[in-house]
Ligand binder design. Sequence first.
Ligand code: ATP
Length: 556
Amino acid sequence: MDIEQAKVVSLQEKHQTLERQLSEAKEQDLTRRAELNIASDEIANMKKKHAKEVTDLEIELDRKERMWKDASEEVKELRRDLERERENVSVLKATVNVQSSSQLTITAENTALKAQYSALQGEHEASLKRNSELTTKMEEMQKNLEAARWEAMESEAIRRKLHNMVQELKGNIRVFCRVRPVLSSDLPESSTGSPSSSTSPEDFEKLQEELKANMSFPDRDHKEIVLRSSSESATGQERIENYNFSFDRVFRPESTQAQVFEEISMLAQSCIDGYNVCIFAYGQTGSGKSFTMEGGLSEATQGMIPRAVEQVFRGAEQLKTKGWEYKMEGQFVEIYNETINDLLGKGEFDKKKHEIKHDVKTGSTRVTDIMVVPLQSPTQVRTLLSSAQSRRSVAATLMNERSSRSHSVFTLRISGSNASTGETCEGCLNLVDLAGSERINVSFGSGFGTGGLGNGSADKERLKETQSINRSLSALGDVIAALGEKSERGDKHIPYRNSKLTYLLQNSLSGNSKTLMVLNLSPLAAHMSESLTSLRFATKVNNTTIGTAKKQIRGS
Ligand SMILES: Nc1ncnc2c1ncn2[C@@H]1O[C@H](COP(=O)(O)OP(=O)(O)OP(=O)(O)O)[C@@H](O)[C@H]1O
């Protein structure tokens, strides 16, 4: 039992020990729990602190990341800037290279220019020296020039004299003959219809050839015209006759206005030199008188009147250098049924009475109450011609084809004075478009024209017109014939008063003036007999010599 008891006691002791140990363990556990609580508090605090730190760190990280991004963007931008700057630098380097090479060139050029400059300076000094030498020479030459100017003035006087002598040798009445081309209006209407559209050029030429009179121009000097006619004799044989005529100049159909004027321009020049000049266009109606005298509107087709006026203006301008100053004036009248009408006037035709007045002292002629226009330029003359034409065409609606039944006289008066020599001169250029000549039948009995009428027209007005044309053209022939006789036999009465035309032109038709007759011919076979009559009349005129022209010059 003791053992047992001893065992119980030991067990009790063990139990007590264990209980002590348990309470100690409990105490320890409590301590530990308290410590654990403290530790877990600490842990919780630490966790909180850690979490805060983590959040802070994350925020900081974000901020740093953003900063890093910004910084890397900045770096990229800076790199790009750097790249650009590098490029700029390389461009600048190239520019610098170019500029330094051009700098080198410029420097070289500069050196060359400096050398040139010094050379030029040398030359300049030399030329200054030469200049003063030249000034002395120029003064000498100016003296010579003055002397030459005087010489030129003298030679101008000689030229005028020689020019006049040439004209004299050619005779003071000269006759030109001009044949107009065949016109489309000459072709019969049935054959033409509308010539330009339906007729071929070959057919047109063939038709023209068929209508043409047999005319030829055999000589090279352009002075002859031959008309050939063939007729059947009583025995049925073909009879061919040749009619030869020669004049101062014959113009073929293809001749231009400029070619005709070339021959006339010397006469226009004479008028500047102080002569009276008369140019007539003679021929049957439609033969080209108005075309020759007035012409068309274009430069190429303008006629003798505008060309002569231009020539006079040109001549006057050239003579300015020789001390001459000119004044020019123009008038344009029509003689219809022995009545003078002013083609430049404003009033009604055939209403005003115009008289012809001659001044014996000065040898000039005036028509009363007509418009005399001071001429300033050649273009002004073209305007005058067209206004005269429209004035005539208004009258023509009242009286048919007035232009072919009236004479028109364009007169250009020119007066000049030379301040250096004290000379003055007065010239007059008459350009006359005569009425159609086919209405008369000129016979050359006494003088040129005692022409009969020969058409027996019943129409009174026509008869009056015809008689008047007949009378004036006959009177013109008579005056020319009488002038011829006067120069051969001395004293002879000149019947200027027999017509208004000859009376108006008295001072320009005397032996003192220069006369040109342009005979206009139709190229048509149908007008052959009229053409022959005209050619015979012109031949008589051509064979007349009417003395020596005198220029109207005063003073000196
Ligand atoms: N050399 C020429 N070249 C071209 N056409 C011309 C030529 N000559 C005349 N003509 C033309 O012939 C026609 C008749 O000419 P113009 O009117 O000049 O004749 P005219 O003799 O003056 O007639 P009129 O006596 O009826 O006034 C006009 O149409 C004109 O343009």
